[in-house]
Ligand binder design. Sequence first.
Ligand SMILES: O=C(CO)[C@@H](O)[C@H](O)COP(=O)(O)O
Length: 220
Amino acid sequence: MATPLISPSILSADFARLGEEVRAVDQAGADWIHIDVMDGHFVPNLTIGPDVVKALRPHSDKTFDVHLMISPVDPYLEAFAEAGADIITVHPEAGPHVHRTLQAIRALGKKAGVVLNPGTPVEVLDNLMDLVDLILVMSVNPGFGGQSFIHSQLDKVRAIRGMIERAGRDIHLEVDGGVNPETAKLCVDAGADVLVAGSATFKGGPSQYAANIAALKGEV
Ligand SMILES: O=C(CO)[C@@H](O)[C@H](O)COP(=O)(O)O
């Protein structure tokens, strides 16, 4: 299979040692760092805000891939941009005007991502393709790490890969949720080029991170 970029979700890291954990996965071969921001309203869990992103920024030069699961989302874009996010990814359901939200992310000098929940149809992308640098397909319902991969999302990945080819632009296609070495291969074969993995990266503690990331890349 083609080698995907791996973006470990720090949701599965040891939150008491978050800076060290980010450094550890960076040194273990992570390509990006995936940061899940949850508000207890748009999704049924609470995580972190821009101050934590800012505190983590000195721990890695890798791309900070920030997934905002918050509503409303527009009032917080600037804070996450200033905190050091490189890519800011939003849900179409998180505000009244997703087109305007993506424009606002680009205006802040950041890459813009849009994310589709398992129940969100691909048609939502029809008028957004020229505004996105990343499309994230959730292969679990967002809110928690450690859930099982929803295989029906692979058809969505295949459909979006076709849309990207037709758009003729360089757009990353990322999958998140229940990604392990077995499902990673299915995602890459379906057209994904970036994989988010929480449990499968952080399992076994820091001594295992390099092996876990290599396994996700299909290198072992
Ligand atoms: O955004 C989310 C969940 O909402 C994901 O990023 C999870 O954190 C992935 O965890 P695993 O399924 O890989 O354990």
